[in-house]
Design a binder for this molecule. Structure first.
Ligand code: HPA
Ligand code: ZN
Length: 326
């Protein structure tokens, strides 16, 4: 069996994917036309050609511009339905989707429009493919604590449909501690908590996410390597890291995949997973992230199977739900 087929056949969970980051230019243009929304580029080809990023912010500027094409409930359904089709082809049995309500409510799209469309796609994926899923509401860290609390207020009537909260957007200059009270309130409400940390930000942000926000997983976390004591802690506590190798190269965290620290972190005993982050922008869905990383870093099939298993163990499903996959 070739490597690609082997990877696709591994049952896996995707734990770090921004649903807005799965918006392929073709669908972006179709939705923009349907909704009469102007996009910054004239064509699908021009849009793809612009996906040449120098850092996180240069990507986020395009990512937020593209998200403007999403207006109606059906748009959010179409977006997530397209993701689930690709995820199924990649052997994903469970997906925990990040969504950024503030990106949409700021433009006048109702919180419910976003949630209803995504949730309908989650139910549809369960029925069509047997994929289970969860929704994780991400707060935009470049916005204020007060704006975060206002978003939580909008989410309150729907907490049964939201499984956890996360923290994304521009990392530098927006440390996790800025959201200490918001995350404390979310945890009180019984929500799971994760945060992006140590993608572009320093290792201290990872420590803050763990100690101040009390998150259960770290999204990215690759800069932990600059702090030996932190690496040792992450290994000892088996804190899952949701690593996104193709994203890290596209956003210049590492110059080339061959230089990624994934293998070193794995050998240090960390509980690592492989994910796609924003696959429509970064050049590959989850299986391609596994395959390209394996080729670049000479990961064995046994190591890939361990990584897929880590993703199932690190997911927020119950042990009963997880059992058939392990
Ligand atoms: N980092 C931070 N925020 C994001 C990302 C990311 O990789 N993708 C979408 N929002
Ligand atoms: Zn991310």
């Amino acid at each position: 069996m070739d490597l690609d087929a082997y990877v696709r056949a591994l049952p896996k969970a995707e734990l770090h994917v921004h649903i807005e980051g799965t918006l392929e230019p073709e669908l972006m243009f179709a939705l923009a036309r349907r909704n009469g929304v102007a996009l910054p580029y004239a064509s699908v080809e021009e849009t793809r050609a612009a996906y040449d990023f120098s850092d996180l912010q240069s990507f986020l500027d395009l990512y937020y511009a593209g998200a403007a094409a999403l207006v109606d409930e059906q748009d959010f359904f179409d977006l997530a339905a397209a993701y689930f089709e690709r995820a199924h082809a990649d052997g994903v049995v469970h997906a925990e989707l990040f969504f950024d309500p503030q990106t949409h409510t700021e433009r006048g799209v109702a919180f419910e429009t976003v949630l209803d469309g995504l949730e309908r796609a989650c139910r549809d994926a369960r029925a069509r493919f047997g994929i289970s899923s969860r929704l994780i509401l991400c707060f935009l860290r470049h916005l204020s604590e007060a704006e975060g609390f206002a978003t939580l207020e909008q989410a309150m009537p729907h907490l049964a449909r939201i499984h956890g909260v996360g923290l994304d957007s521009s990392e530098r200059g927006h440390p996790p501690a800025k959201f200490e009270r918001l995350f404390a309130r979310c945890r009180e409400l019984g929500l799971h908590a994760v945060a992006h940390a140590g993608e572009e930000g320093p290792p201290a942000y990872i420590v803050e996410a763990l100690d101040v926000l009390q998150v259960e997983r770290i999204d990215h976390g690759v800069r932990c390597e600059e702090d030996a004591a932190l690496v040792e802690r992450l290994a000892r506590e088996q804190v899952p890291l949701t690593v996104c190798p193709l994203s890290n190269v596209k956003l210049c965290v590492f110059e080339r995949l061959e230089q990624h620290n994934f293998r070193r972190l794995m050998e240090a005993g960390l509980k690592l997973t492989i994910n796609s982050d924003d696959p429509a922008y970064f050049g590959g869905y989850v299986a391609k992230n596994y395959v390209d990383t394996a080729r670049a870093l000479e990961l064995t099939r046994a190591e890939l199977a361990r990584i897929a298993r880590n993703s199932l163990e690190a997911s927020f499903v119950s042990d009963a739900e997880r059992a058939p996959w392990l």
